[in-house]
Design a protein around this ligand. Structure first.
Ligand SMILES: C[S@@+](CC[C@H](N)C(=O)[O-])C[C@H]1O[C@@H](n2cnc3c(N)ncnc32)[C@H](O)[C@@H]1O
Length: 217
């Protein structure tokens, strides 16, 4: 089985009423770390693909204009309730693999728990990168196979079970971001489950011809 948009729609329709209660506190630290890493300032704009029920919204500083997008009308419905508390949130129903927004239109992008869910994480990342302006920052909070780690038989079985509830724990970040011109990794920190979950901050070079590189450590 692989992640598919059709099955994700059903899975996240069923998740929507319980999502916040089940994962809200579990992932709170990681999402706050990713948002802090972006160092958002009033007057800036941030794009949040796969915004879900909008758990990121209250953690994003006031004065930062948020555009969230999600495939699931049910998850987005919950995000709308949460967004009602502020006047700088735009919510879009759509596919993160084909974002209906112009190039270079955001100062920052926040990818929390979405690259492990969409069928095509590489295209989703490319779309997030496309709408980020040169010089902008992109943060990821998600789970990936640790660098250099192998996917054991047991891990594969666990992965199949996780896919059935709407997430794939066996993706590798380099397969998703590898080779993107102008991408500079600024930090890559372990989070939950001994580093299975990570908080990664990158910036888009103002010189897009730059080779991908790391500035961590
Ligand atoms: C695990 S939830 C994460 C939600 C939110 N980012 C958070 O941190 O709580 C994954 C979200 O991705 C959404 N999603 C799945 N496939 C998508 C797609 N192709 N385009 C946009 N959103 C998608 C789901 O509907 C769900 O809301």
């Amino acid at each position: 089985m692989a992640m598919r948009d059709e099955s994700n729609l059903g899975i996240y329709r069923r998740w929507a009423p319980f999502y916040d209660a089940v994962v809200g506190s579990l992932y709170s630290r990681g999402r706050h770390r990713a948002i802090e890493a972006l160092d958002l300032r009033p007057g800036e704009t941030v794009f949040v693909p796969g915004i879900g029920t909008g758990l990121d919204i209250p953690a994003i500083p006031a004065g930062v204009a948020i555009t969230g997008l999600d495939l699931s009308p049910d998850m987005l419905g919950k995000a709308r309730e949460r967004a009602a508390a502020r006047d700088d949130v735009t919510l879009v129903h759509g596919d993160a693999q084909s974002v209906p927004l112009p190039d270079a239109s955001f100062d920052a992008v926040l990818c929390d728990l979405v690259l492990s869910v969409v069928p095509d994480a590489r295209t989703t990342f490319a779309e997030a990168w496309r709408v980020l302006r040169p010089g902008g920052r992109l943060a990821i909070f998600d789970k990936f196979v640790p660098e250099g780690g192998r996917v054991s038989g047991l891990r594969r079985v666990v992965g199949r079970i996780a896919e059935a509830v709407g997430t794939d724990p066996n993706r590798r970040l380099p397969d998703i971001i590898g080779g993107v011109p102008g991408l500079v990794v600024l930090s890559d920190e372990p989070d939950l489950l001994g580093g299975q979950y990570r908080v990664v901050l990158m910036k888009k070079s103002s010189h897009p011809a730059d080779e991908p590189r790391e500035e961590t450590g």
